[in-house]
Design a binder for this molecule. Structure first.
Ligand code: ADP
Ligand code: ZN
Ligand code: MG
Length: 280
């Protein structure tokens, strides 16, 4: 087969995409990065396109790099995975493209953030540069909370956790927006509403259809364009004045919640994009 499907876990999205490939009789080979071996002295591989949906970020990124080295077009590209897998790099790319993002403060040690926060203002949100499902994303209500959380982050073994990425807390209306862009097509959007301020679907957020008006459509398309070609799930926050701010871009988009409420063939759109890469 000319298509490789990189994943160690076949969850809802992977199953839907593989079923759709079967339905269209597009043959593929599932490549499990936990056991894959790459001989750099023999860099030929049978595939021309690969889908990178490995759940481990580092395995996904490095598999994409190795496949690209062997001449394979990877969805998403190693560059896009590296960019979206790092919230600071993402923010820098979005700001460089002139896109609206939450106000952001970065320090290279947790201690340096504490005094800077007095001027930046509370509440603020601190996040690991790399992560998902809202894990270790913490809201800092005041200086006491900041002191506690930053001290804990300082004691974490991973040196990357000392890079302190803070955003203003965006006073959103109890929900955020998840927009899906496959290739250049804005395929749809949902609201994610949750009792918790972290509205990740993995944290039991409820999903409802979100109408894609011209402003949202333009913002989603421009965000994907700033990152480069690929398939993306884009988190958008609405602030108190109803302005739209791009929070982050996910490079292995999940769409279970969206599939449940949108009358759109999301797996079909995803596979359309993959097939476009195959015939290129
Ligand atoms: P992850 O990659 O873990 O999903 P996010 O940056 O998307 O990290 O944060 C998880 C959730 O927390 C978001 O979906 C959103 O609901 C909430 N959140 C994150 N940052 C902010 C912020 N600056 N203001 C308000 N809510 C936020
Ligand atoms: Zn994310
Ligand atoms: Mg998110």
């Amino acid at each position: 087969p000319r298509l490789a499907f990189v994943a160690s876990r076949i969850a809802f999205e992977e199953k839907r995409i593989l079923d759709e490939l079967d339905r269209r009789r597009v043959s593929y080979q599932v490549l499990d990065p936990r056991t894959a071996v790459f001989r750099l002295d023999r860099p030929t591989v049978p595939w021309s396109v690969a889908v990178a949906r490995e759940v481990s970020h580092h395995r996904n990124l490095n598999t994409a790099r190795l496949l690209e080295h062997a001449g394979v077009t990877v969805v998403n590209s190693a560059a896009a995975i590296a960019l979206c897998g790092d919230k600071l790099l993402t923010t820098l790319a979005l700001q460089a493209a002139g896109l609206p993002v939450p106000r952001c403060l970065v320090t290279l040690t947790p201690q340096a953030a504490l005094d800077a926060l007095d001027d930046f203002g509370y509440p603020a949100v601190v996040k690991p540069l790399t992560g998902s499902w809202g894990r270790q994303v913490a809201r800092l209500a005041d200086r006491d909370a900041a002191e506690a959380v930053l001290e804990l982050r300082e004691a974490l073994p991973d040196p990357q956790q000392r890079i302190t990425y803070l955003q203003e807390y965006v006073d959103k209306p109890g929900r955020d927006i998840r927009g899906l862009v496959f290739g250049t097509e804005v395929v749809g959007a949902v609201y994610r509403t949750s009792a918790s301020w972290r509205t990740n679907t993995a944290r039991d957020a409820r999903t409802e259809p979100c109408p894609v008006g011209p402003e949202l459509e333009k913002l989603l398309a421009a965000t994907a364009a700033a990152i480069g070609p690929g398939v993306y799930g884009i988190d958008v926050l609405e602030d108190g004045e109803g302005r739209l701010l791009v929070n982050e871009v996910n490079h292995t988009p999940q769409f279970r919640g969206a599939a449940e409420v949108l009358d759109i063939d999301l797996a079909g759109c995803y596979v359309d994009y993959l097939v476009e890469q195959l015939v290129r």
